[in-house]
Design a protein around this ligand. Structure first.
Ligand code: ASP
Length: 289
Protein backbone atom coordinates (compact mmCIF):
# COMPACT_ATOMS: atom_id res chain seq x y z
CA UNK A 1 0.00 0.00 0.00
CA UNK A 2 1.52 3.32 -1.02
CA UNK A 3 1.73 5.98 1.66
CA UNK A 4 2.30 9.71 1.26
CA UNK A 5 5.94 10.48 2.09
CA UNK A 6 6.76 12.86 4.95
CA UNK A 7 10.10 14.30 6.06
CA UNK A 8 10.63 16.14 9.36
CA UNK A 9 13.96 17.67 10.44
CA UNK A 10 15.22 19.62 13.45
CA UNK A 11 18.26 21.80 13.98
CA UNK A 12 18.62 21.29 17.72
CA UNK A 13 17.01 22.57 20.89
CA UNK A 14 19.09 25.07 22.80
CA UNK A 15 20.03 28.64 23.53
CA UNK A 16 20.00 29.86 19.93
CA UNK A 17 21.45 33.31 19.40
CA UNK A 18 18.71 35.34 17.70
CA UNK A 19 21.02 36.40 14.87
CA UNK A 20 21.57 32.75 13.89
CA UNK A 21 17.90 31.84 13.55
CA UNK A 22 17.64 33.14 9.97
CA UNK A 23 20.59 30.98 8.92
CA UNK A 24 19.04 28.06 10.79
CA UNK A 25 15.76 28.44 8.86
CA UNK A 26 17.70 28.44 5.58
CA UNK A 27 19.58 25.34 6.70
CA UNK A 28 16.34 23.54 7.61
CA UNK A 29 14.93 24.38 4.17
CA UNK A 30 18.09 23.07 2.46
CA UNK A 31 17.95 19.85 4.49
CA UNK A 32 14.27 19.32 3.62
CA UNK A 33 15.12 19.83 -0.05
CA UNK A 34 18.06 17.39 0.06
CA UNK A 35 16.10 14.75 1.97
CA UNK A 36 12.97 15.11 -0.18
CA UNK A 37 15.03 14.54 -3.30
CA UNK A 38 15.93 11.09 -1.95
CA UNK A 39 12.44 10.39 -0.63
CA UNK A 40 10.95 10.67 -4.10
CA UNK A 41 12.82 7.67 -5.50
CA UNK A 42 14.61 6.21 -2.48
CA UNK A 43 13.86 5.03 1.02
CA UNK A 44 13.24 6.77 4.32
CA UNK A 45 16.78 5.76 5.34
CA UNK A 46 18.23 7.50 2.26
CA UNK A 47 16.17 10.59 3.06
CA UNK A 48 17.18 10.97 6.70
CA UNK A 49 20.84 10.40 5.77
CA UNK A 50 20.70 13.10 3.09
CA UNK A 51 18.83 15.57 5.31
CA UNK A 52 21.19 15.13 8.25
CA UNK A 53 24.28 15.28 6.01
CA UNK A 54 23.03 18.64 4.69
CA UNK A 55 22.70 19.91 8.27
CA UNK A 56 26.18 18.58 9.12
CA UNK A 57 27.56 20.49 6.12
CA UNK A 58 26.01 23.73 7.41
CA UNK A 59 28.19 25.25 10.09
CA UNK A 60 25.22 27.00 11.67
CA UNK A 61 24.45 23.70 13.37
CA UNK A 62 26.31 21.74 16.02
CA UNK A 63 27.09 18.68 13.88
CA UNK A 64 29.87 17.94 11.41
CA UNK A 65 31.86 21.12 10.69
CA UNK A 66 30.75 23.74 13.21
CA UNK A 67 30.42 21.23 16.05
CA UNK A 68 31.02 22.61 19.50
CA UNK A 69 34.35 21.87 21.16
CA UNK A 70 35.44 19.69 24.04
CA UNK A 71 37.09 21.29 27.08
CA UNK A 72 40.46 20.65 25.41
CA UNK A 73 39.41 22.24 22.14
CA UNK A 74 38.57 19.26 19.93
CA UNK A 75 35.57 18.27 17.85
CA UNK A 76 34.19 14.87 18.91
CA UNK A 77 30.93 13.84 17.28
CA UNK A 78 28.18 11.25 17.70
CA UNK A 79 25.64 10.02 15.12
CA UNK A 80 22.97 7.36 14.69
CA UNK A 81 20.79 6.13 11.85
CA UNK A 82 18.03 3.53 12.13
CA UNK A 83 15.79 1.69 9.65
CA UNK A 84 12.31 1.11 11.07
CA UNK A 85 11.58 -1.79 8.69
CA UNK A 86 14.41 -4.09 9.76
CA UNK A 87 15.47 -2.31 12.97
CA UNK A 88 18.95 -2.23 11.42
CA UNK A 89 21.05 0.58 12.84
CA UNK A 90 24.50 2.11 12.58
CA UNK A 91 26.17 4.57 14.90
CA UNK A 92 29.45 6.28 15.67
CA UNK A 93 30.49 7.87 18.95
CA UNK A 94 33.28 10.26 19.86
CA UNK A 95 34.58 10.41 16.30
CA UNK A 96 36.90 13.05 14.94
CA UNK A 97 38.05 13.73 11.35
CA UNK A 98 34.69 12.91 9.72
CA UNK A 99 32.79 15.61 7.87
CA UNK A 100 29.61 13.55 7.83
CA UNK A 101 29.33 11.19 10.80
CA UNK A 102 25.81 10.22 9.65
CA UNK A 103 27.30 8.80 6.44
CA UNK A 104 29.68 6.67 8.53
CA UNK A 105 26.68 5.50 10.55
CA UNK A 106 24.86 4.59 7.32
CA UNK A 107 27.84 2.56 6.06
CA UNK A 108 27.93 0.69 9.38
CA UNK A 109 24.19 0.01 9.10
CA UNK A 110 24.72 -1.43 5.61
CA UNK A 111 27.97 -3.33 6.02
CA UNK A 112 28.75 -4.23 9.63
CA UNK A 113 27.31 -6.98 11.82
CA UNK A 114 27.77 -4.51 14.71
CA UNK A 115 25.86 -1.34 15.51
CA UNK A 116 27.98 1.22 17.38
CA UNK A 117 31.67 2.06 16.94
CA UNK A 118 33.66 4.61 18.94
CA UNK A 119 36.77 6.71 18.59
CA UNK A 120 39.77 6.10 16.38
CA UNK A 121 38.64 2.59 15.39
CA UNK A 122 35.35 4.02 14.17
CA UNK A 123 37.26 6.56 12.08
CA UNK A 124 39.41 3.81 10.55
CA UNK A 125 36.33 1.72 9.81
CA UNK A 126 34.63 4.68 8.16
CA UNK A 127 37.69 5.10 5.95
CA UNK A 128 37.60 1.41 5.03
CA UNK A 129 33.93 1.81 4.17
CA UNK A 130 34.74 4.57 1.70
CA UNK A 131 34.59 7.83 3.64
CA UNK A 132 37.42 10.35 3.44
CA UNK A 133 38.97 11.48 6.70
CA UNK A 134 39.88 15.13 7.14
CA UNK A 135 42.09 16.97 9.57
CA UNK A 136 40.07 17.45 12.77
CA UNK A 137 41.04 21.16 12.66
CA UNK A 138 39.05 21.47 9.43
CA UNK A 139 35.87 20.83 11.44
CA UNK A 140 36.52 23.73 13.84
CA UNK A 141 34.91 27.06 13.04
CA UNK A 142 35.93 30.44 14.43
CA UNK A 143 32.56 30.81 16.08
CA UNK A 144 33.06 27.63 18.09
CA UNK A 145 36.69 28.48 18.81
CA UNK A 146 35.63 31.79 20.27
CA UNK A 147 32.92 29.97 22.16
CA UNK A 148 30.38 32.46 20.94
CA UNK A 149 27.95 29.64 20.82
CA UNK A 150 27.38 27.56 23.90
CA UNK A 151 24.20 26.08 22.61
CA UNK A 152 23.55 22.39 22.09
CA UNK A 153 22.15 22.19 18.64
CA UNK A 154 22.15 18.61 17.51
CA UNK A 155 20.46 17.89 14.19
CA UNK A 156 18.04 15.12 13.27
CA UNK A 157 15.50 13.82 10.80
CA UNK A 158 12.64 11.34 10.63
CA UNK A 159 11.02 10.16 7.40
CA UNK A 160 8.20 8.01 6.06
CA UNK A 161 8.61 6.70 2.51
CA UNK A 162 6.06 5.66 -0.11
CA UNK A 163 6.41 2.00 0.88
CA UNK A 164 5.54 2.76 4.51
CA UNK A 165 9.11 2.60 5.73
CA UNK A 166 10.15 4.79 8.67
CA UNK A 167 13.68 5.92 9.53
CA UNK A 168 15.43 8.23 11.97
CA UNK A 169 18.87 9.87 12.09
CA UNK A 170 20.57 12.14 14.62
CA UNK A 171 24.02 13.79 14.56
CA UNK A 172 25.79 16.05 17.03
CA UNK A 173 28.96 17.66 18.23
CA UNK A 174 27.58 17.16 21.75
CA UNK A 175 27.63 19.81 24.45
CA UNK A 176 30.07 22.73 24.48
CA UNK A 177 32.95 22.24 26.90
CA UNK A 178 32.18 18.54 27.40
CA UNK A 179 34.95 16.33 28.76
CA UNK A 180 37.00 14.56 26.09
CA UNK A 181 35.65 11.04 25.54
CA UNK A 182 32.12 11.91 26.65
CA UNK A 183 29.39 10.64 24.43
CA UNK A 184 25.81 11.73 24.71
CA UNK A 185 22.40 10.30 23.96
CA UNK A 186 22.58 10.91 20.22
CA UNK A 187 24.38 7.70 19.08
CA UNK A 188 22.39 5.47 21.43
CA UNK A 189 19.40 3.55 20.06
CA UNK A 190 16.23 4.55 21.86
CA UNK A 191 17.84 7.66 23.36
CA UNK A 192 18.91 9.99 20.52
CA UNK A 193 16.70 8.32 17.96
CA UNK A 194 14.44 5.39 17.21
CA UNK A 195 12.52 3.97 14.27
CA UNK A 196 10.16 1.01 14.09
CA UNK A 197 7.62 0.62 11.31
CA UNK A 198 5.26 -0.86 13.89
CA UNK A 199 5.47 2.24 16.09
CA UNK A 200 6.97 5.44 14.69
CA UNK A 201 10.19 7.39 14.34
CA UNK A 202 11.81 9.88 16.72
CA UNK A 203 14.89 12.11 16.91
CA UNK A 204 15.76 13.92 20.14
CA UNK A 205 17.97 16.85 21.10
CA UNK A 206 18.94 18.53 24.34
CA UNK A 207 20.69 17.59 27.54
CA UNK A 208 22.06 14.15 26.62
CA UNK A 209 22.75 12.95 30.16
CA UNK A 210 19.04 13.26 30.96
CA UNK A 211 17.71 12.02 27.61
CA UNK A 212 19.75 8.81 27.79
CA UNK A 213 18.49 7.95 31.28
CA UNK A 214 14.90 8.20 30.08
CA UNK A 215 15.45 6.43 26.71
CA UNK A 216 13.38 9.28 25.47
CA UNK A 217 13.14 8.39 21.77
CA UNK A 218 11.94 4.86 22.52
CA UNK A 219 9.64 6.15 25.26
CA UNK A 220 7.97 8.46 22.76
CA UNK A 221 7.85 5.87 19.96
CA UNK A 222 6.11 3.46 22.32
CA UNK A 223 3.35 6.03 22.85
CA UNK A 224 2.89 6.14 19.06
CA UNK A 225 2.84 2.32 19.04
CA UNK A 226 -0.27 2.26 21.22
CA UNK A 227 -2.03 4.88 19.12
CA UNK A 228 -1.33 8.12 20.97
CA UNK A 229 -1.25 11.02 18.50
CA UNK A 230 2.20 12.45 17.64
CA UNK A 231 1.55 15.92 19.08
CA UNK A 232 0.35 14.42 22.36
CA UNK A 233 3.26 11.94 22.49
CA UNK A 234 5.80 14.71 21.79
CA UNK A 235 4.37 16.94 24.51
CA UNK A 236 4.27 14.04 26.97
CA UNK A 237 7.93 13.19 26.21
CA UNK A 238 9.17 16.74 26.84
CA UNK A 239 7.00 16.99 29.93
CA UNK A 240 8.55 13.71 31.18
CA UNK A 241 12.07 15.07 30.53
CA UNK A 242 11.31 18.23 32.45
CA UNK A 243 9.33 16.69 35.29
CA UNK A 244 11.55 13.69 35.97
CA UNK A 245 15.03 15.18 35.54
CA UNK A 246 14.44 18.89 35.09
CA UNK A 247 15.89 18.35 31.63
CA UNK A 248 15.65 20.61 28.64
CA UNK A 249 15.38 19.42 25.07
CA UNK A 250 13.26 18.75 22.06
CA UNK A 251 11.88 15.94 19.91
CA UNK A 252 10.45 15.34 16.46
CA UNK A 253 8.05 12.45 15.92
CA UNK A 254 6.46 10.74 12.94
CA UNK A 255 3.87 7.96 13.09
CA UNK A 256 3.02 5.15 10.64
CA UNK A 257 0.31 7.23 8.99
CA UNK A 258 2.52 10.27 8.42
CA UNK A 259 1.24 12.19 11.43
CA UNK A 260 4.06 14.34 12.80
CA UNK A 261 4.89 16.70 15.66
CA UNK A 262 7.69 18.67 17.27
CA UNK A 263 7.97 19.75 20.89
CA UNK A 264 10.65 21.49 22.94
CA UNK A 265 11.07 23.21 26.29
CA UNK A 266 14.40 24.83 25.29
CA UNK A 267 14.63 28.52 24.42
CA UNK A 268 14.47 27.66 20.71
CA UNK A 269 14.33 24.71 18.33
CA UNK A 270 14.26 25.27 14.57
CA UNK A 271 12.47 22.50 12.70
CA UNK A 272 10.60 21.87 9.49
CA UNK A 273 8.40 19.40 7.63
CA UNK A 274 7.90 18.61 3.96
CA UNK A 275 5.13 16.64 2.28
CA UNK A 276 3.97 16.49 -1.34
CA UNK A 277 1.57 19.33 -0.52
CA UNK A 278 3.53 21.70 1.68
CA UNK A 279 6.78 22.76 3.27
CA UNK A 280 6.79 24.40 6.66
CA UNK A 281 9.85 25.80 8.45
CA UNK A 282 9.28 26.93 12.02
CA UNK A 283 10.98 27.79 15.25
CA UNK A 284 9.62 26.42 18.48
CA UNK A 285 10.12 28.50 21.58
CA UNK A 286 10.18 26.80 24.95
CA UNK A 287 6.56 26.05 25.49
CA UNK A 288 6.93 24.16 28.73
CA UNK A 289 9.90 26.05 30.15
N1 ASP B 1 21.84 15.65 22.90
C1 ASP B 1 23.14 16.14 22.54
C2 ASP B 1 24.17 15.64 23.47
O1 ASP B 1 23.92 15.59 24.66
C3 ASP B 1 23.21 17.62 22.49
C4 ASP B 1 22.07 18.30 21.81
O2 ASP B 1 21.08 17.71 21.46
O3 ASP B 1 22.13 19.50 21.58
O4 ASP B 1 25.24 15.33 23.05
Amino acid sequence: VATAPVLVVHGGAGAWQPELLGAAANGIHAALTAGWERLRDGTAVDAVEAAVAALEDDETFNAGRGSCLTSDGRVQMDALIMDGGTLAAGAVACVERLRNPVRAARQILEHSPHVLFAGADAERLAEQLGLTLCDNEALITDRQRRRLSDSQDTVGAVALDAAGGLAAATSTGGMAGKAPGRLGDSPLIGCGGYADNEAGAASTTGWGEAIMKLLLAKWAADRLRVGIAPDRAATLAIDYLQRRLNGSGGIILLDRDGGYAAASNAPAMPWGVKTARQELVQELQGELA
